[in-house]
Ligand binder design. Structure first.
Ligand code: NAD
Length: 256
């Protein structure tokens, strides 16, 4: 379905981003990976799916890096047809104790980076009259939790940006939608499990059960593979007129 198209997935060296990149690769898309840490293993996983893959190490907190990455994508693959804004970080603390530099970093990586990639990707998408912009927000783009002021603010704003981009392109072949996962067991969430276990003296299993039990009625993690399939749906012709939605895949979290 996506043969001949190029997908850029930010923060795709692990977790949800890698899951989405693999799902798009299975549909034939060329993949540009981005993120920190080990690059060789994710690159090999994508290449094994029979598509071209490359990597750019832009730090998504830096607009100049993002410009370089978008230029690299255009030179390497022609243009970005599918843009998945996924890179994100978390920090947990009450507002009065929240380090201002963590606030700035979360807003930059979880929100502003999507503005920059989107503004730079849109001209070529508009020229082609086709594009898919998928913002990985969170159930925290729809509802709040205590001690996550920067994350919840950034994710709510990302849902707002999603709607504006969808509206501005509503008469074109470019759609923009958000994915709002509940808990997904990635390094970002394992750290929260570890912190809970350490704070209360719980085992990993007990901390995991309590983390799910607090918020997620299904008591199940959503998987990167499931989120990848939702991204594939947004890229499909059936989703041509799905515009500006924030689609939660959250085990019933936001239904409560
Ligand atoms: P993860 O920690 O496994 O992956 C985050 C990715 O972002 C990694 O590839 C990392 O290298 C990259 N990254 C971090 N900072 C970066 C920077 N400055 N520049 C470039 N890349 C950077 O986390 P994840 O859980 O897969 O999270 C991916 C996205 O999904 C995030 O936006 C997160 O907010 C969102 N999300 C996660 C969950 C969850 O339960 N895990 C739930 C809802 C939403």
């Amino acid at each position: 379905m996506l043969r001949g198209k190029t997908a850029l997935v930010t923060g795709s060296t692990s977790g949800i981003g890698l899951g989405i990149a693999k799902a798009l690769a299975r549909q034939g898309a060329r993949i540009l990976l981005n993120g920190f840490g080990d690059v060789q293993a994710p690159k090999a996983e994508i290449a094994a799916l029979g598509v071209e893959v490359d990597y750019h190490g832009a730090d998504m907190s830096r607009p100049a890096d993002i410009e370089q990455m978008m230029q690299f994508a255009a030179e390497r693959f022609g243009q970005v047809d599918v843009l998945v804004n996924n890179a994100g970080i978390q920090h947990v603390a009450p507002v009065q104790e929240f380090p201002p530099e963590k606030w700035d970093a979360i807003l930059a990586i979880n929100l502003s980076s999507a503005f920059h990639t989107t503004r730079l990707a849109l001209p070529a998408m508009r020229a082609a009259n086709w594009g898919r912009i998928i913002n990985v927000a969170s159930v925290h783009g729809l509802v709040a939790s205590a001690e996550k002021c920067a994350y919840v603010s950034a994710k709510h704003a990302l849902v707002g940006l999603t709607k504006v981009v969808a509206l501005e392109n509503a008469t074109t072949g470019i759609t923009c939608n958000a994915i709002c996962p509940g808990w997904v067991l990635t390094p970002l969430v394992q750290k929260q499990v570890d912190d809970k276990a350490a704070a209360h003296g719980w085992s990993n299993e007990e901390a995991t059960r309590r983390l799910l039990g607090e918020k997620e009625p299904s008591m199940q993690f959503t998987t990167p593979e499931e989120l990848g399939e939702l991204a594939v749906f947004f890229c499909s012709p059936a989703a041509n007129n799905v515009r500006g939605v924030a689609w939660n895949m959250d085990g019933g979290w936001a239904a409560q």
